[in-house]
Design a protein. Structure first.
Length: 735
């Protein structure tokens, strides 16, 4: 962004001069100026302009906008109309800063961005609000850069280069001197580090830190996604070496310190392609007719000790990242896939929550602590689902699961059936208490040996998935209650979820009404019930994925904190994450804190753990964005091979520049730009969520079914463009 030049304009109004003077002083808020220095900054030297500057300085001092620190020398009063916030850039180059003190977003025009980037923490000056106008301001200081590394394509000239950043919210390239290009070649996709932004330079200066490869190549694009969010794709060698040196054998002296549950029936149920199994269930019927059900979690904290480089690396990552074609784990493989994986027919150290339950799902007793377990079997969800579906009523003498026969008196079959019955009761009660039932369809890809997408399928949650979910929820809830209800208060890591925002609910109400659905927003219980009814009603409909997505976006974002506010979506007053320490650092913290309190330890330092919670929440957000981008990338890659096909889709979004269409058969979403619709000139109607033809008055509205073809599938920009063929009725009439 070039520095703004002020012209010598003798007719400039006093008000205009005042704003310019303030702008100069804000940018150097710690410095004091006299009228001559201001005149030089403005580029004026005539007597009239100098007199105007002197008068402006006097008036600003009288209004306490600036202060006279010495005779004739002035400094900005930094406490007036200045606020802090995070910059949210738009694709047009302007931005918004959320100012909590004002409880509103302050608009920042592009000429007042002043070298800040999307996500930066900034200081802003807010102009005096005009009647019926939104608050507007300018950035006066960049307090913290969100990031200084960016992904882009190197464009080399003879003696220098520019890295074109491939981010719609980035408004500038980064200049790179020839001696700072390293091994990169023209056209390479690279990671560039921003070093400085000289005052008079149009672009920031930087240096290339990593060459990712040629744009469009599979590994280049996947590594680009990770690099864009600052996520690593491999472990430092010293971390790998440290992990390899850990003794992972099961020792008798350690077993003596634990509850030995190796003789209790225990098994895992996971996705068929899972490589790590961090949770197992145990089951036995008690003499009083109740059931003892154990939720056993890999004891990661036994191996990952505080203060080690392994713990530091796990904390920095905070989460595993699940991309379409790979997992970037939080822990090295020696732990995640071996020592901490509850593989069948192996003894493992575990951390357990063991409950005595009635067949109505009522908890009669509970126990938490370290255990040693032995997994008797491993089921894929499909296998457990087969047991539930095949033996749900009259139990046959024998069932077959993927070619292997099980007698129906097999204890595992009986355990799965009984646990499913209990889980269904617990789920029904939870939903009755106001929990929201999100069973969103997941898009999955069939990949060949070269990671090329050869098919798309949808993953839905069935009884076997919900069985596991309910017992994991039970453990997470009860662990949080166990600590959270103790007096005096003890520091713990909670998974928090606030109530949905009223404005977002009203917007959702308006959107779903276009599909003939209604919401009852009278009170919290009605809202929960109404949302569940909506999610149930749309199952199997053309708008299901859209409505599921919009409903999730209506919800507040879940986060980690030491300050418990409960979990709205689950209708729990206390909730934590305890059940996945292989892939989530907050679970490791929960394990450590729980053991600390079981050992009668004092409350842990809240400030330290709150800081770790915030970091974990931030890293979770980055991982989610990377996972979403990898799905988008693979969808575009899949669509590249279907250029000549017509697809039936549903209009999933309407904007002033085009309509978004989601293809029903594969959930790929792309844009039809208004300028590409040839049948008429269309205008955006915000109230109707529609575009309307000026001459024909033809309407394309949110939820309409249309046919499209692929116009452009850009892997590098991760953008999919469609051509609009027409409405479903029009096209099918022609056929």
């Amino acid at each position: 962004m070039s520095k703004k030049k002020y012209k010598n304009n003798k007719s400039t109004s006093l008000e205009s001069a005042t704003q310019r003077i303030l702008g100069i002083m804000r940018k150097e808020s710690g410095k004091d100026f006299n009228y001559k220095q201001i005149a030089a900054k403005l580029g004026v030297d005539d007597a009239s302009s100098r007199n105007k500057i002197i008068r402006s300085l006097s008036q600003l001092a009288a209004k306490k906008k600036i202060e006279e620190v010495d005779r004739g020398r002035y400094r900005i009063n930094s406490d007036v109309d200045r606020y802090r916030g995070i910059l949210d850039m738009t694709a047009k180059g302007s931005g918004y800063v959320v100012v909590e003190e004002l409880n509103e977003d302050v608009f920042i025009p592009s000429n007042n961005i002043n070298k800040a980037f999307d996500g930066d923490e900034v200081e802003i000056y807010v102009y005096k609000r005009r009647r019926n106008k939104k608050s507007e301001g300018e950035i006066t200081a960049i307090l913290n850069r969100k990031k200084t590394r960016f992904v882009g394509v190197l464009q080399l000239q003879e003696n220098f280069g520019f890295v074109a950043i491939q981010d719609g919210k980035m408004y500038t390239d980064i200049f790179v001197q020839k001696n700072k290009i390293g091994e990169a070649k023209n056209g390479d996709k690279v990671v560039v580090e921003m070093d400085e932004w000289p005052e008079k330079a149009d672009s920031p200066f930087g240096h290339v830190v990593q060459v990712l490869g040629k744009p469009g190549e599979h590994h280049t694009e996947i590594h680009s996604i990770l690099a864009q969010y600052g996520l690593p794709h491999e472990f430092p060698q010293e971390v790998e070496d440290f992990a390899q040196g850990i003794d992972t054998s099961i020792q008798e002296d350690e077993i003596k310190k634990r509850r030995d549950m190796r003789e209790v029936l225990t098994f895992t149920i996971d996705p068929k392609d899972a490589k790590d199994f961090d949770d197992a269930l145990s089951f036995q019927q008690l003499e009083n007719g109740n059931y003892e059900i154990g939720i056993h979690i890999a004891d990661v904290s036994h191996y990952v000790q505080p203060g080690t480089i392994l713990d530091e690396e796990a904390f920095n990552r905070a989460t595993s990242v699940y991309l379409v074609d790979r997992v970037v784990p939080m822990l090295p493989e020696i732990l995640s896939n071996n020592a901490c994986s509850l593989r069948p027919n192996e003894e493992k150290y575990t951390f357990s929550a063991v409950f005595e339950l009635t067949d109505k799902g009522v908890v009669k007793d509970q126990w938490f602590g370290r255990t040693v377990t032995y997994s008797d079997a491993r089921f894929a969800y499909e296998e457990a689902q087969y047991i539930i579906e095949t033996t749900g009523g009259d139990i046959p003498a024998e069932i077959s699961i993927t070619g292997e026969s099980y007698r129906t008196d097999d204890a595992i079959v009986s355990a799965v059936l009984k646990m499913n019955q209990i889980a269904e009761v617990m789920r029904k009660k939870r939903l009755g208490d106001g929990a929201i039932s999100f069973d969103k369809v997941e898009v999955k890809f069939e990949l060949d040996d070269k990671n090329e997408p050869v098919g798309v399928f949808f993953k839905t949650s069935k009884e076997a998935n919900k069985l596991i979910e309910e017992f994991m929820l039970l453990a997470n809830k009860k662990v949080a209650e166990f600590i959270g209800k103790q007096k005096p208060k003890k520091t713990f890591v909670y998974r928090c979820h606030d109530e949905p925002d009223d404005d977002k609910l009203a917007a959702l109400q308006s959107l779903v009404s276009k599909f003939g659905h209604k919401l009852n927003l009278k009170d919290q219980k009605q809202i929960s019930q109404s949302l569940n009814n909506l999610l149930q009603d749309v199952q199997g409909t053309k708008e299901q994925n859209l409505v599921d997505t919009l409903t999730i976006r209506t919800m507040s974002k879940a986060y980690y904190s030491t300050e418990n506010i409960g979990h709205y979506g689950l209708a729990f007053s206390h909730y934590s994450h305890f059940t996945s320490p292989i892939r989530r650092y907050p679970d490791v913290m929960a394990h450590r804190l729980l053991q600390h309190y079981l050992d009668d330890g004092k409350s842990a330092p809240e400030e330290e753990y709150e800081s770790k919670c915030q970091h974990s929440s931030n890293m979770e957000g980055l991982a989610t964005s990377a996972e979403r981008d990898s799905i988008k990338y693979m969808q575009i890659k899949f669509m590249q091979d279907h250029n000549d096909e017509e697809f039936l889709g549903v209009i999933s979004g309407v904007t002033e520049w085009g309509i978004y269409v989601e293809i029903m058969s594969n959930k790929c979403e792309g844009m039809v730009r208004l300028r590409d619709i040839r049948e008429d000139h269309f205008d955006f109607d915000q109230e109707q969520y529609a575009i309307i033809g000026r001459n024909t008055k033809k309407v394309y509205q949110l939820g309409d079914e249309v046919y499209v073809t692929v116009k452009n599938a850009d892997l590098v920009k991760r953008h999919l463009d469609f051509n609009l063929i027409g409405t479903k009725d029009e096209v099918e009439k022609q056929d």
